[in-house]
Design a protein around this ligand. Sequence first.
Ligand SMILES: Cc1cc2nc3c(=O)[nH]c(=O)nc-3n(C[C@H](O)[C@H](O)[C@H](O)COP(=O)(O)OP(=O)(O)OC[C@H]3O[C@@H](n4cnc5c(N)ncnc54)[C@H](O)[C@@H]3O)c2cc1C
Length: 179
Amino acid sequence: MKKEFRRICADRMRIRIQGDDGEAIKLLMKKLEERGAFDGLGNSTDPDGNIRTATILVSGGRGIGSKEFIPTLRELASLLGGTFSSSRANVAAGWADRSRQVGQTGKYVTPKIYIACGISGMDQHLAGMIQSEYIIAINKSSTAPIFRVADFGIVGDVKVIIPGLIKAIEETIGKEIKR
Ligand SMILES: Cc1cc2nc3c(=O)[nH]c(=O)nc-3n(C[C@H](O)[C@H](O)[C@H](O)COP(=O)(O)OP(=O)(O)OC[C@H]3O[C@@H](n4cnc5c(N)ncnc54)[C@H](O)[C@@H]3O)c2cc1C
């Protein structure tokens, strides 16, 4: 099992960019679009749906800083037609419900897109999400282990990137409605 896990990590194609400016958000939008994340844009969903069957997961870790940031992650999940999930650190802190926990002692998930926000990527967490089709990681530390498994990574502040991404998506929806 451990060997298989390592092999999957090594096989990942990694793209990592630095910074939390508009350029990073533009690239992130492009990656999300390529992966079909915007296909159902505008049809918001319940961010508290079942994380095992979700096609998109917006997952928060301790790096979000406080529980006050959870509604922002839920908003993004809802906008993308996805679901909110969490690392164990946030569950232990009482910021997220136990049903949201991804990992060895949480749930094993297989979404098309997994967006790890401020999650370090400890083995116990990776075990639960490594089978995701496409992994996006946002972490302010360039050496965070989550980048070893991410298909697309941003070294930046989630508290800048995620609100910026929400704004960019809302502008996209606005344009679609005007057409
Ligand atoms: C037996 C056992 C079972 C476990 N089961 C699970 C499990 O099922 N699921 C699970 O998740 N864990 C599990 N754990 C815990 C696991 O080992 C980790 O402690 C946990 O996953 C860490 O959560 P985290 O990544 O949210 O927090 P941390 O490890 O504290 O990482 C926080 C990350 O946020 C980044 N960061 C900080 N500020 C910002 C910012 N502003 N913007 C961007 N990034 C930022 C930091 O660089 C850091 O990488 C288990 C542990 C044990 C011993």
